[in-house]
Design a protein around this ligand. Structure first.
Ligand code: ADP
Ligand code: MG
Length: 341
């Protein structure tokens, strides 16, 4: 075969392989877009575990009708303009590939109205085939609809699991998000029935209420509050008491500058801090937020952005370990006393 440039739709479908693993990844990308647009409320309607339908409506800044076509074009973003911007990116998105990727593997529609425009607009994309922007009534904000995910990618469709499993992944992702953004109201419905409603709470003391809603009161009744800053780093949130340790690592939420991440340095520091207060095979529960200078952390490691790279990995490890070790000291005394008795 001669060398030839791939058509846009195929390029997007290939990129979708990295960004869109399952319905939960679509929900993640779309809700992150809503948050980046300053939404205070996000409605998430699902059908058949998100495979049949994912509809996300937000009350954020909306998109001008003149930019709708750009929003679904590859590498088009309103979030960065230079490599310097990328160095200190504060938004969850920046790669400009989620919408074109999702639109290339589904029956997709985006409708929006920005503040100041008196009419909304809508654009449909069918498996990558882009339609016309047409006038469409819409309140201020944006709605994205994704139907029949992977209808044109049978190899991917085969890997979708049962409705309940896919729904479980979506709910888990939304739980993680609800913990990070307590001020945002989230309403979730599945197959026409309201399934979850995270009411907005104010910053400060009320935050624990959101944690209780997301993780249950078993966690909030047996946790320590963490708040410590040093060397340009700040760690805050809650860690479960050793007595509330779990048989699996199912309640471990860690965020770097508001972004949920999985990181080995972090995981190791936490495990080490708990090492002498936990029995072997037990796992701590925690909701922890690390804030640092965005230039100290690279978030552009993988398209799905679950991973980060710290510039000063050892400093971060030491800071997390020390902070938690000290916080857990009181419980260690308790454990020693119990052992001596
Ligand atoms: P990225 O988030 O990396 O910029 P996306 O493909 O997810 O890329 O979105 C492309 C662009 O479309 C965004 O930069 C933003 O300008 C616009 N956009 C997408 N979703 C929304 C939304 N819910 N509200 C406002 N603008 C949006
Ligand atoms: Mg995005």
């Amino acid at each position: 075969m001669p060398i030839q440039a791939l058509p846009d739709t195929l390029v997007n479908q290939i990129a979708a392989g990295e960004v869109v693993e399952r319905p939960a990844s679509v929900v993640k990308e779309l809700v992150e877009n809503a948050l980046d647009a300053g939404a205070r409320r996000v409605d998430i309607d699902l059908e058949e575990g998100g495979v049949r339908l994912i509809r996300i409506r937000d009350d954020g800044g909306g998109i001008p009708s003149s930019e709708l076509a750009l929003a679904i074009s590859r590498h088009a973003t309103s979030k960065i303009t230079s490599i310097e911007d990328l160095e200190e990116v504060a938004t969850l998105g920046f790669r400009g590939e989620a919408l074109p990727s999702i639109a290339s593997v589904s029956r997709f529609a985006i409708s929006a109205r920005p503040r100041g425009e008196d009419q909304g607009a809508r654009l449909e994309v069918d498996g990558g085939r882009v339609g016309e922007v047409v006038p469409h009534p819409h309140p201020e904000g944006t709605t994205v609809e994704v139907r029949d995910l992977f209808f044109n990618v049978p190899a991917r469709r085969k890997f979708l699991r049962a409705e309940r499993t896919e729904l479980g992944h979506i709910e888990e992702w939304l739980r993680s998000l609800a913990l990070a953004r307590p001020g945002v109201e989230l309403r979730i419905s599945h197959n026409g029935r309201a399934s979850r409603h995270y009411k907005p709470v104010r910053d400060g003391g009320e935050r624990l209420r959101r944690v209780a809603e997301a993780l249950g009161e078993d966690f909030t009744r047996q946790c320590l509050a963490i708040e410590h800053a040093a060397a340009g780093l700040r760690l805050h949130g809650w860690v479960g008491l050793p007595t509330a340790a779990r048989s699996s690592a199912d309640q471990q939420y860690f965020y770097v500058n508001g972004r949920a991440v999985r990181d080995r340095t972090v995981a190791h520091a936490v495990r080490q801090a708990y090492s002498d207060v936990l029995f072997h095979g037990r796992h701590p529960a925690f909701v922890l937020f690390l804030e640092c200078d965005p230039r100290q952390v690279d978030v552009n490691v993988h398209p799905a952005k679950h991973e980060v790279r710290f510039r000063e990995q050892r400093l971060v490890h030491e800071f997390i370990y020390r902070t938690l070790h000290e916080a857990l000291a009181s419980t260690r005394a308790g454990v020693a006393a119990a052992a001596a008795a």
